[in-house]
Design a protein around this ligand. Structure first.
Ligand code: WQD
Length: 339
């Protein structure tokens, strides 16, 4: 019998790539999205890739009654992968209550419905931002959780605690939190990818928009950090590798092999790259020079963050297969297509 999975925020950047990988693995997918930061066109892209149109419901998960009604109608689901959230770090500083309401009330309403089920599997989209500037690199899951630099980051920390505490008293609920490092790139078909609305906050979409001429120049936020070339280091993971990690996590929950009903995994490549290394790699894959300048540091940036992925490698039997150039080449192909 086909296993039915709900993907909230399933028309978003990471969510849409996860839907593709779930369908490739034979799961039936129901997407919930309120289209506040995504486009219905993404549904066509997913369908064009897999040949199967996922079920889709436009819902605002802040409406508790809508959530209750949804889970009554879809009582046969075996799991939820939860992406729906606001995710702009800078915006969250100015609109904390919007972030706490949207990111936490929606999580609570979903968990309340899963608590009612005889068995439920839940995967939470978390972030390496919970570590802040880690004391030791690469970062393991046992690294201390630092005080969040933003309300956005705080909603990920609080979200993990809500799930952990719920799992403690709900043995029928199996959950995994995946702490993403820096997701970049796009599906090889260039039918889905990152669609930043307005000025991109993240490095790679700003690079590709500069490369295609939508942006005049990339500003590199500081080159006076204590790193190989003075620019910050991050663990850039191909979004398709990240998507496959979600399927591996879901299979672990379904198989019931998890000793603890709440587990956390770092999902990255395990390799750090500086901003200038990313720029150089982009210039190679695009075969063109990138127009950039060095400017002042950006508030809140950590110097370096890259993952120790041994826990995910050993327990999820998952490892990133694609490298920085693969990811940048796919991001560039996607940018050229949507231009
Ligand atoms: C990467 C590096 C910048 C833009 C954020 C969130 C994190 C997660 C991923 C949601 C940094 C530099 C960037 C630019 C630059 N999001 N940069 N010029 O900050 O590591 O992580 O996105 O979960 O929670 O914090 O990613 O892509 O913004 O920055 O020099 O125009 O690129 O200073 O060193 P970040 P990023």
């Amino acid at each position: 019998m086909t296993q039915k999975v709900v993907v909230t925020g399933g028309l978003g950047f990471i969510g849409s790539h996860v839907v593709v990988e779930l369908q490739n693995e034979g799961f039936e997918v129901v997407i919930i999205d309120n289209l506040s930061n995504s486009s219905i066109e993404v549904l066509k892209g997913i369908t064009a890739i897999t040949g199967k149109q996922p079920l889709f419901e436009k819902l605002d998960l802040r409406e508790k009654e809508s959530v209750i009604d949804f889970f009554k109608r879809h009582h046969d689901i075996i799991g939820v992968i939860h992406f729906a959230a606001s995710k702009a770090v800078g915006e969250s500083v100015n609109l904390p209550l919007l972030y706490y309401e949207n990111n936490l009330s929606t999580l609570i309403y979903i968990l309340q419905e899963l608590q009612k089920k005889e068995a439920a599997n839940f995967i939470f989209s978390s972030s390496c931002t919970v570590y802040g500037q880690a004391d030791t690199l690469p970062i393991t899951e046992s690294a201390p959780i630092k005080e969040a630099e933003s309300p956005y980051g705080n909603t990920k920390q609080i979200g993990e605690e809500i799930i952990r505490d719920t799992c403690k008293v709900t043995e029928t609920l199996n959950a995994i939190a995946l702490r993403y490092f820096n997701p970049i790139g796009a599906h090889e078909s260039a039918k889905i990818g990152e669609l930043p609305i307005g000025t991109p906050q993240n490095l790679v979409p700003f690079i590709t928009q500069t490369g295609i001429g939508l942006r005049e120049q990339l500003s590199v936020f500081g080159n006076d950090y204590p790193t190989v070339d003075g620019t910050c280091i991050r663990d850039y993971i191909h979004v398709v590798d990240l998507a496959k990690a979600h399927v591996a996590a879901l299979k672990r929950l379904i198989d019931g092999n998890n000793a603890d009903n709440y587990e956390v995994f770092n999902i990255g490549t395990g390799k750090g790259s500086s901003v200038l290394e990313v720029i150089n790699a982009f210039e190679e894959v695009s075969n063109q020079k990138l127009n950039y300048k060095i400017v002042d540091r950006r508030a809140g940036d950590v110097v370096a963050a890259y993952a120790d992925t041994s826990k995910a490698n050993n327990i999820l039997c998952w490892k990133a297969k694609l490298n920085l150039k693969d990811a940048l080449a796919s991001a560039w192909k996607w940018q050229q297509r949507i231009a």
